[in-house]
Design a protein around this ligand. Structure first.
Ligand SMILES: [Ca+2]
Ligand SMILES: [Ca+2]
Length: 291
């Protein structure tokens, strides 16, 4: 363990050098949901900062219910809602209004979800940022709508083994708005299984985040409508002004493993994760400026 930690620190030091000399994909958003159980908001330890408000049925879970199961690890608990409930039914969400660089050309959404019921195909939303991107469970599978791609609906990826209530599932979706085909990758993993690529999609409509985003976790992009019933943890968004925001398999597997063994303070988490990712990502050219 000590050797592993030393190795990590060496990687982190290398990452810091790269950070100091060239820009790279940044962790814009990171919700670890390790806030106090009675909290009404959850800290965003990504570079965008601030916090997301909890509303409706969404609360911080009891301790040890986070993906690692460790003491101090809690999750977003939206288990009291009905999966994919219609607008007239109670929902729940975490939401934050964010301002991003208008130059973002690539990004990655990473999260862990643990469904509380079947089926998933009820238009239940995992994450959405009004008005463009949403990741949801449509009747035909995991659907990615307008993912950094100008508001169109991307082809549907298969849910496959993701439909497994009670189990934590690692999900990552990358987009590269510079490429014109094969520019959306969907990856999944579990607490015991490594990350693998489950689908590659193409959408030629280019574009990315708008500068102001109303990010919603566990419901539709505009309200508590179509909630996800269950638990979510470690919701993150990485982005860059070049293609490096679309994280590769190695970086995603590092994140998956890290999430299962570590419960750092939120502020430390963002720094460490940023360094880990910067050490793994291939550097290409200067990227986004924060504002
Ligand atoms: Ca957590
Ligand atoms: Ca429930």
């Amino acid at each position: 363990m000590k050797n592993k930690m030393s190795h990590t620190l060496v990687i982190a030091a290398l990452g810091f050098t790269l950070l100091a000399t060239t820009n790279h994909a940044q962790t814009l958003v990171e919700y670890r949901f390790n806030d106090a159980v009675a909290a009404t908001s959850t800290i965003n330890s990504g570079s965008a900062g601030g916090s997301a408000s909890l509303s409706g049925a969404a609360v911080i879970s009891a301790d040890t219910l986070g993906v690692s199961g460790l003491v101090g690890d809690r999750a977003l608990d939206n288990s009291a809602v009905q999966m994919g409930a219609s607008p007239s039914d109670p929902g729940g969400r975490a939401s934050q209004s964010l301002t991003f660089s208008s130059g973002i050309q690539s990004g990655t959404f990473v999260l862990w979800f643990n469904a509380d019921s079947n089926p998933l195909g009820t238009n239940a939303r995992l994450i959405g940022d009004s008005p463009r991107q949403q990741v949801l469970f449509a009747e035909t599978g995991l659907q990615i709508q307008g993912f950094g791609l100008g508001g169109v609906t991307a082809p549907t990826a298969s849910i496959g083994s993701l439909d497994d209530p009670g189990e934590w599932v690692f999900l990552a979706i990358t987009f590269d708005a510079i490429a014109t085909s094969n520019n959306i990758n969907v990856y999944s993993g579990s607490t015991t299984g490594a990350v693998s690529l489950i689908s590659t999609l193409s959408d030629a409509t280019q574009g990315a985040f708008t500068s102001t985003e109303n990010l919603n976790i566990a419901s539709s992009a505009s309200d508590t409508f179509r909630p996800f019933e269950g638990f979510l943890d470690n919701v993150r968004i990485y982005a860059a002004e070049d293609a490096s925001g679309a994280l590769g398999l190695g970086a995603l597997e590092s994140i998956r493993q890290y999430d299962l063994v570590t419960v750092p303070e939120p502020s430390a988490a963002a720094v460490i994760m940023g360094l880990l990712v910067s050490a793994v990502i291939f550097q290409r050219r200067p990227v986004m400026s924060r504002r």
